[in-house]
Structure formats: structure tokens, C-alpha cells
Design a protein around this ligand. Structure first.
Ligand code: FES
Ligand SMILES: [Fe+2]
Length: 465
């Protein structure tokens, strides 16, 4: 055992039932990668609060990090037909993603090459891209179409007027852009996600829910609130009856990918178990987790998931969710593990893309500075599986909440809205607190906050270039 291994072995874990114990007891065998411990200790130094508040630090992210990473820019179902396009703005750049005749997608810088007006403000279909100022226009492939009074611009060749382009990568129904060419391929960058998600096939899903809101906090503050389940005990106490918050598994692979696997259908180790039954866990889950809704019985005003005497809540919920998923999505889930229909398998890809794994409707998060270090746009999508043989529906449009609207004003989020609203209670106060912190430091737990540490170490690698 070398020094690093001995440190890893020494990092404490929550006593009691572990994630591994729960996965091994699963009704059907879970994929082996869900049983592996891929936690890698990465130090315990504090990080500087100024990383979230300093305009110079924000400028360094904009200059050195964002142009060099693969950014999740759109889902395929947002632009299914030739000429469909998506405007993706982030970190001092605006991209225009355009579906081509051959089905490929190209990403152009969304700026008129005459006097710099933004070409398009909204996503949609366009037969050409005509600048609303003087009418310069471009084709779907970024080639120049027309310049009014062309006689006045003998110095502008078609070649010179080709719209500058960013790299595009596609995986799992997601479309990514990278501003500066070079570096790892998208597949290399995402590893091991393409391998893990091979079973879960996000390319067979469509965006059924998409809600966004401007949050008064640095984009990393908001994102990091969704990278650990450590906060659930105090921020989301209603989840404790059915969430193994402190039993969650944390994994980090290389520089870009990490995951938090949160078991549901098991009591938190913080709950006193005396007098609590497995049926109580199930009843709390169906009420506050927001899934199993199709098992709701309006006559009894209750959810019809019963736990047979010898079964665990996890096994009963696993069966119920396999059955309801089959009804909803027309696929056979009989061999699927409880973990994959029940638990929160929350992955993050550096810097700001977080897709949930598993077979249930998948939450997907994205956070972007909006537009400065003190504000961000947080987006929540829910992807649902399209039934076999059915055409892929277009994405719903983004529902942007107004500044004074709560997440609960988006009924399409169901009970998630109330959970996000609890998270939002912390955001502005974290941002404010970081600015007035006496020691200027942020401390992290060795295990439950490893994903945040990995993120900052990767960010440092970009900033040091
Ligand atoms: S700025 Fe676009 S045509 Fe003049
Ligand atoms: Fe939360």
C-alpha cells in the first residue's frame, strides 16, 4: 500500500449501511460500475472565497477556461430539421447552432461580420440568417449569401465573410461546442460517461420539462449545491425518511467527470428508526420524491405501493417503478436493477453539465454565468423516454421564470419545485457571505465534497495555462 492508498483508506465514511451494501442487496444485478468504489482522495486544503466573487477571477474563467472546454449547448430535439437553429450564449460568446441538410450540426459565432450586430436573438427556424441592421445575410452553412449594395464592399470576399465556426461534438442526444479547436475528443473528455450511459440511452429521450431562472449567486455556488447530498439533512429535511443521504457514494474519474449515487427507499442514518416501518419509508417517498405518481389512488388519496411483510421498501419501490416505467415508456424493465429506477445517479461533467443516470425520467442541470460573477442562469430539464416506434417529439421551449417567481411557479416540475426553492434559500446568502468572509476561505469534507474539490483542481489547470 503506497502513501496515497493509505490516505484513501483513512478517509472516513458514514458508519452503518453503505451504498455497496444496498447495491449488492438489489433485486436484479446492478451494472458493475455502480458497485465499484472510484473515490480518489485529492487533498484537504481550503479554497479561496474570492474564486466566487472576484471579477478578475471571473475574467480568467472567461478567457482561459470556457473557450477550451466542451460545453453542452443544445439537445438534438431542439433543432431536428434543416434550418432549425439554437442560440447558445455563454461567457462572453454567442453561438448559432444550425442543423444542416445532411443532418449534421454546425456552430457559428452569432455575430454579423459587417458592424457586429448579433445575428439571431432566439432559437427557431430560419431560411437564411439575415442581419436586421443592414441586411447582410448568410446561408445555413455559414457561407455569405448577400450584401446589399455589394458594389460598396469590393474588399469583402465570400471567403472572408464565412462565419467563424466552433467545434461541434455530439453524444447521447447532447450537442457540445468547443470554441478553441484542439484538445481531447468529446468521447475522451466525457469518459467514463458514454460507457455508463450505454444502458440508459439519453439519445432515446426528449426534453419534456425545461425550466430556468436567474439566480443571485456565482454559477459555481449554485452548481456546487447540487454536487453533494450532505446539505439534504438541514436544507431538505422532508427527504430524510427515504434518503440515505450520508450513505451516498462519491466517485471521481480523471479531471472531468464525477458522480454522486444517492440511495432512495432507505431511511437516512440521521432518522431515529424506532417504530418506523418499511411501508412508512415508501409512503414518504411517493409523497415527497415526486415519482410513482401514476400509482396514486385519488379515492383513497394515497399511493398504492404496498410493501409485503418480508420485503424492503427499496425492493417494493423498485418493482413499482419498473412496472410504472413499462406502462409509461413501453419498454421492458423486468431485468433492470432497483438502483437504476430508484436512486439519484447524479453525474457532473466539467465544467457545468450534470445529467442523471438511470432509467427514470432523467434530470439534467446546466449552470452558466449570467452574465457576471454574481449571477447565473440555472436550468433544469427532465428527459423522458420516447416509446419504441414513436417519432422523437421536439423539445419543449425553455420556461424562464421571472426574477420574482419561485421554482414552485413551474407546475411542470412537480414536487421538485419545492425542493429547488429550499436550495435557493441558501444561494444569495452564500454569495453575500463569501464576500464578507473574515478568513476568506471555504472548507470541504474529504469524502462528501470530493466532487467540488475535483472541479476546482481541474479549473486551476485551465487557469494556469
Ligand atoms: S451590422 Fe449586420 S448588416 Fe450591418
Ligand atoms: Fe438540494
Amino acid at each position: 500500500m503506497d502513501d496515497q492508498d493509505s490516505i484513501i483508506a483513512d478517509v472516513a465514511r458514514c458508519p452503518g449501511t453503505s451504498w455497496e451494501d444496498l447495491v449488492v442487496a438489489d433485486t436484479n444485478a446492478a451494472p458493475s460500475f455502480l458497485k465499484e468504489d472510484n473515490y480518489h482522495y485529492a487533498g484537504c486544503e481550503p479554497i479561496a472565497a474570492s474564486r466566487y466573487t472576484n471579477p478578475a477571477f471571473h475574467a480568467a474563467e472567461v478567457g482561459k477556461m470556457w473557450p477550451n472546454v466542451w460545453q453542452f449547448a443544445a439537445r438534438e430535439e431542439e433543432l431536428p430539421e434543416p434550418g432549425d437553429n439554437v442560440v447558445y450564449d455563454n461567457a462572453g460568446r454567442s453561438f448559432l447552432l444550425v442543423r444542416q441538410e445532411d443532418g449534421s450540426v454546425r456552430a457559428f459565432h452569432n455575430v454579423c461580420l459587417h458592424r457586429g450586430r448579433k445575428l439571431r436573438l432566439e432559437s427557431g427556424f430560419a431560411s437564411e440568417f439575415q442581419c436586421p441592421f443592414h441586411g447582410f445575410s448568410w446561408n445555413w452553412d455559414g457561407s455569405l449569401k448577400n450584401i446589399p449594395c455589394r458594389w460598396d464592399f469590393p474588399h469583402l470576399s465570400d471567403e472572408k465573410m464565412q462565419l467563424p465556426e466552433a467545434e461541434v461534438g455530439r453524444w447521447g442526444g447532447y450537442i457540445f461546442v468547443r470554441d478553441n479547436p484542439g484538445g481531447p475528443s468529446l468521447e475522451e473528455y466525457l469518459a467514463p460517461i458514454p460507457e455508463h450511459f450505454r444502458r440508459w440511452k439519453h439519445e432515446e429521450c426528449t426534453t419534456a420539462v425545461w425550466v430556468a431562472k436567474v439566480v443571485h449567486a456565482n454559477w459555481k455556488v449554485a452548481m456546487e449545491a447540487f454536487m453533494e447530498s450532505y446539505h439534504a439533512l438541514v436544507t431538505h429535511p422532508q427527504l430524510m425518511p427515504f434518503t440515505g443521504d450520508a450513505n451516498s457514494a462519491y466517485n471521481n474519474w480523471g479531471d472531468n467527470v464525477n458522480a454522486n449515487y444517492v440511495p432512495f427507499g432507505v431511511m437516512s442514518p440521521h432518522v431515529r428508526p424506532e417504530g418506523r416501518t418499511q411501508q412508512w419509508i415508501v409512503d414518504e417517498f411517493v409523497q415527497y420524491n415526486g415519482r410513482s405518481a401514476d400509482n396514486y389512488d385519488p379515492e383513497k388519496d394515497s399511493f398504492n405501493v404496498q410493501v409485503p411483510g418480508d420485503q424492503t421498501a427499496r425492493a417494493a419501490l423498485g418493482k413499482s417503478l419498473r412496472d410504472s416505467s413499462k406502462r409509461a415508456f413501453g419498454r421492458d424493465y423486468s431485468d433492470v436493477s432497483d438502483v437504476e429506477v430508484l436512486d439519484a445517479l447524479v453525474y457532473n461533467v466539467f465544467p457545468n453539465f450534470a445529467p442523471w443516470g438511470g432509467f427514470m425520467p432523467n434530470i439534467v442541470y446546466r449552470w452558466r454565468p449570467w452574465p457576471d460573477q454574481d449571477h447565473c442562469l440555472m436550468e433544469v430539464r427532465v428527459l423522458v423516454r420516447v416509446k419504441p416506434g414513436e417519432a422523437m417529439p421536439r423539445s419543449v421551449p425553455m420556461h424562464l421564470l421571472a426574477e420574482d417567481e419561485k421554482w414552485t411557479a413551474a407546475p411542470e416540475l412537480g414536487v421538485l419545485g419545492a425542493v429547488f426553492e429550499q436550495d435557493m434559500e441558501n444561494m444569495a446568502y452564500v454569495q453575500d457571505g463569501l464576500k464578507v468572509s473574515k478568513n476568506g476561505l471555504v472548507e470541504l469534507g474529504n469524502y462528501q465534497e470530493i466532487r467540488i474539490r475535483q472541479f476546482h483542481q481541474t479549473l486551476d489547470k485551465y487557469l494556469a495555462r
